[in-house]
Design a protein around this ligand. Structure first.
Ligand code: ATP
Ligand code: MG
Length: 588
């Protein structure tokens, strides 16, 4: 099993599906009624509220618009919006758009759409760090004027060299003691575009001897003569992420600024800015372990590489762990939220087994997907005792346990398609081993008659071209007559009414659990069978009206949805979201 092949480093968080399902779903519940222990962030918030430190809380989700959101971001979104809901607070959506080099309005629009799709609504207007550029600039001037920042003329390489290492202290820049007056003039010239890119930076004056490298006079403004997607050519200098993030929090009245663990070492700097600037409120930063899932890569940079190198069909390729990809694949927002709610919020990083995500996807689809039949590998079954010109409409429930979803009309006629794999001429196979159609034996058609296979027609190569058989009268919705015992139930589609469709069958994008940790570049571990296209599949007539965004269970096959990009009325294309059940041997 997968687990045994993992090194200690990769100890996968144990998760009990049973335990989770037994618990009531915890979303949006009043905290006072919660049975579950609070996580460390909830405890902090609870004690802040109890002690009167805050009367209400405000959180935020702060994406950088330099790529599409992935399922790791969903954890952060669910956490931030979820905390606001649980504690009757508010949650902002803020773009930390401080780096015009990598940012794009396309990403802004997609992120807004994805957050909404996931089911969340932010408080008030959408915020942008770029809305605060003027304020941030004034605060930079303030730091300079109180001798806590200076314009430095070391280039980036020199800055790196002067910074020291983890074991060696840094060295002061020769520009560190330049007067505030001179720095103010230079800063203004930087802003006006009078200085070349790379010639000067603005640095906070903190401590070149600090054991924390982030505190060794970090660069807080860089010259970049680039247009910004929102502010155009207005600015020639841009603040660093660290100089914008906490200040944005403070301006928005964020009480609990929650981010992932890699920002832990930035917290002293976050606090330093808050302590040294005339900010209107004093947010605090808390870090939690980011979501990692085996078999997936969750880094925008690496996902971008897959897209740029055309190894996938774009950010919304159904094999991508982006929210766009998952959505196009047929994963519902509800399944993602349920999965995120099941995750531990801890102070350590860990790896979640992909089967945990798959569990929530299946669980959700099983409850909500319409049923339908689609024969992927069709062979004709001609029923000779059924009138050739006749069509019978069978009413079959859209969902076996949810009669509220109604019935679907499934036409039946004398020639139907069944799957080649559901038929064998080998009469020696036991009933237990082969619960499908065997020459000379009976099987039940899902929602329809019991039928018997009587003979086969073969082509010159000896392949079965057609199965011949007959129906057993009066067996629709009825128990089999005495002496007839169907081996099992198979799916089928009437030939005359079948809808042709293409099926895109997906498998995991990577064939190894930790593609980023092998000896080769991660892209070398792409699973060559991650997409298999099957054409000329035969779907039942009701699927002609399948709609985008709806989920279907193709009986005995898996969960499917119409592809939002490739499908059109004359050529239906379905994506396989996931198989019906986990195959634990597959990834041994
Ligand atoms: P990536 O590492 O994929 O480039 P990022 O952290 O640079 O992501 P941001 O746009 O800065 O992406 O992320 C917005 C928020 O989402 C941040 O608060 C970040 O901490 C959080 N986040 C990003 N990745 C994850 C993850 N895998 N698990 C949980 N939260 C995440
Ligand atoms: Mg980031």
């Amino acid at each position: 099993m997968l687990r045994n092949t993992l090194s200690a480093k990769h100890s996968i968080k144990e998760f009990s599906f049973k335990r989770y399902n037994a618990k009531s779903r915890m979303r949006n519940v009043d905290m006072s009624n919660r049975e579950e222990p609070l996580n460390f962030i909830e405890k902090t918030i609870q004690s802040d509220l109890d002690s009167g430190g805050f009367s209400s809380i405000r959180t935020r989700f702060p994406p950088e618009p330099n790529g599409y959101l992935h399922i790791g971001h969903a954890k952060s979104i669910c956490l931030n919006f979820g905390l606001a809901t649980s504690f009757s607070g508010e949650c902002n959506l803020r773009f930390d758009d401080t780096n015009p080099e990598k940012e794009d309005g396309e990403f802004v629009r997609a992120i807004i759409d994805d957050v909404k799709w996931l089911g969340f609504q932010w408080d008030g207007e959408i915020r942008y760090a770029s809305d605060y550029f003027l304020k941030l600039y004034e605060w930079a001037q303030h730091l300079v004027s109180v001798n806590k920042a200076y314009v430095c003329e070391l280039d980036l390489d020199e800055i790196r060299r002067y910074r020291g290492t983890l074991t060696e202290k840094g060295t002061n820049s020769p520009y560190r003691d330049r007067s505030p007056e001179e720095s103010l003039v230079l800063l203004e010239r930087m802003r006006k575009g009078e200085i070349d890119e790379g010639a000067m930076t603005l640095r906070a004056k903190i401590d070149m001897g600090s054991p924390n490298i982030n505190m060794r006079d970090p660069v807080i403004y860089r010259i970049k003569k680039l247009e910004h997607q929102r502010t155009g050519a207005e600015w020639k200098i841009y603040p660093s992420y660290d100089f914008a993030h906490g200040q944005g929090d403070a301006l928005e009245g964020i009480t609990h600024s929650i981010c992932t663990l890699e920002f832990q070492a930035n917290r002293p700097l976050y606090d330093w800015f808050i302590a040294n600037l005339p900010v209107p409120s004093k947010p605090r930063q808390y870090e939690f372990g980011r979501l990692n899932i085996n078999y997936l890569v969750l880094s925008k940079r690496k996902l971008k590489k897959l897209v740029d190198d055309k190894l996938v069909d774009g950010w919304d390729d159904p094999r991508m762990p982006t929210l766009r990809g998952l959505r196009r694949r047929g994963v519902s927002a509800r399944a993602i939220r349920d999965f995120c709610d099941s995750l531990a919020i801890a102070k350590t990083d860990g790896i979640v087994d992909i089967s945990q995500l798959e569990h929530f996807v299946r669980d959700d689809l099983n409850r909500h997907a319409y049923r339908g039949m689609c024969v992927m590998n069709p062979v004709r079954l001609s029923l000779h005792n059924y009138e050739a010109a006749k069509t019978e409409i069978l009413d079959i429930p859209r969902h076996p346990d949810r009669l509220d979803l109604g019935l679907r009309e499934v036409p039946f006629s004398s020639t139907i398609f069944i799957d080649r794999n559901d038929f064998t001429e080998d009469t020696s196979l036991s009933r237990k081993k082969f619960k499908r159609l065997v020459l000379g034996d009976y099987v039940r058609l899902r929602g329809g008659y019991i039928v018997k296979a009587t003979s086969v027609d073969k082509n010159a190569r000896g392949e079965v071209q057609q199965i011949n058989g007959e129906i057993v009268e009066k067996t629709v919705g009825q128990a089999p007559p005495a002496g007839i015992k169907p081996r099992g139930v198979i799916h089928w589609v009437s030939e005359a009414h079948a809808v042709n469709c293409t099926i895109r069958q997906y498998d995991r994008l990577f064939s190894t659990a930790f593609p980023e940790e092998g000896n080769k570049p991660f892209v070398d571990y792409i699973n060559p069978k991650s997409l298999v296209i099957k054409r000329n599949c035969k779907a039942e007539a009701s699927l002609k009206n399948a709609s985008i965004g709806e989920h279907y269970q193709f009986e005995r096959e898996g969960y499917y949805c119409l592809d939002s990009v490739l499908s059109c009325p004359s050529d239906l294309v379905f994506n396989c979201t996931i198989g019906l059940r986990e195959n634990p041997d597959k990834y041994k």
